[in-house]
Design a protein around this ligand. Structure first.
Ligand SMILES: NC(=O)c1ccc[n+]([C@@H]2O[C@H](COP(=O)([O-])OP(=O)(O)OC[C@H]3O[C@@H](n4cnc5c(N)ncnc54)[C@H](OP(=O)(O)O)[C@@H]3O)[C@@H](O)[C@H]2O)c1
Length: 204
């Protein structure tokens, strides 16, 4: 599948969860986590999130180089009052997988599968590097497609979420992926002062 290079960034609790069972946004785990989050955006041609993350974290998806701001929905329903649509930044591309996305002025609508959307961003919009900031539903499909090249994690050892249904980066514990995905550790930065560790992995 022709597609951009795809990286992910997540913060994980000590027990590997990206949020609590209640799905409440946990915010930055530390100032260093926030700094790294913003730094990772800076080399991206496009940022990508699922509609759940857009809503939960009230994301506006800005960076100095004005990357494309891409959001994935199944049903295609977007709230025109969301801050994303009222904040200056890169061009906004909305994907509705099952239904066309809500028509919102100044946005580019797409109605296709996720792989076709990734191919369109690459072919028609010059996206070489796409950086995904969650959430789990979106990343689960990227993992099923075997379309993840880099993973950046903040492992926040000071927090335990617990709860059988609390999601990891590919969602609540459940079915295995169709096959194992192989990554190698490329960056290991323990920060005992913060109770955190910054990690990066690259597709092996
Ligand atoms: N710890 C972290 O670093 C981190 C990072 C990101 C998010 N989070 C947390 O994760 C939670 C959100 O998780 P989530 O799983 O709901 O997030 P999500 O993947 O951002 O959003 C899920 C929604 O996006 C759409 N979607 C995404 N992929 C799809 C696909 N392949 N097929 C069809 N629809 C798709 C659907 O929208 P429709 O309902 O519109 O059809 C679905 O309901 C929030 O609590 C957020 O704070 C944490």
């Amino acid at each position: 599948m022709p597609r951009p290079h795809i990286s992910l960034n997540f913060a994980l609790s000590a027990d590997g969860r990206i949020t609590s069972v209640a799905g409440i946004a946990s915010g930055w785990t530390s100032q260093a986590d926030k700094d790294r989050f913003l730094h990772l955006r800076e080399s991206a041609d496009a940022l990508l999130v699922g509609r759940g993350t857009l809503e939960a974290d009230r994301m506006t998806m800005t960076a100095p180089q004005n990357p494309l701001r891409c959001v994935v929905s199944g049903k295609g329903r977007f709230d025109p009052a969301h801050p994303l649509f009222h904040t200056e930044g890169g061009p906004i591309h909305l994907l509705g997988i099952y239904h066309p996305p809500t028509s919102i002025g100044g946005t580019t609508p797409h109605h296709s599968s996720l792989p076709d959307f990734l191919a369109t961003l690459h072919r028609d919009h010059g996206v070489e590097k796409l950086h995904c900031e969650g959430g789990a539903t979106l990343v689960r499909e990227l993992a099923e497609l075997d379309a993840i090249d880099e993973i950046h994690l903040t492992w926040a050892a000071h927090t335990l979420f617990g709860g059988r249904e609390a999601p990891g980066i590919t969602g609540p514990p459940g079915d295995f992926l169709p096959a194992s995905r192989q990554f190698e550790l490329t960056h290991f930065e323990p920060r005992p002062d913060l109770g955190e560790c910054f990690l990066s992995y690259r597709r092996a």
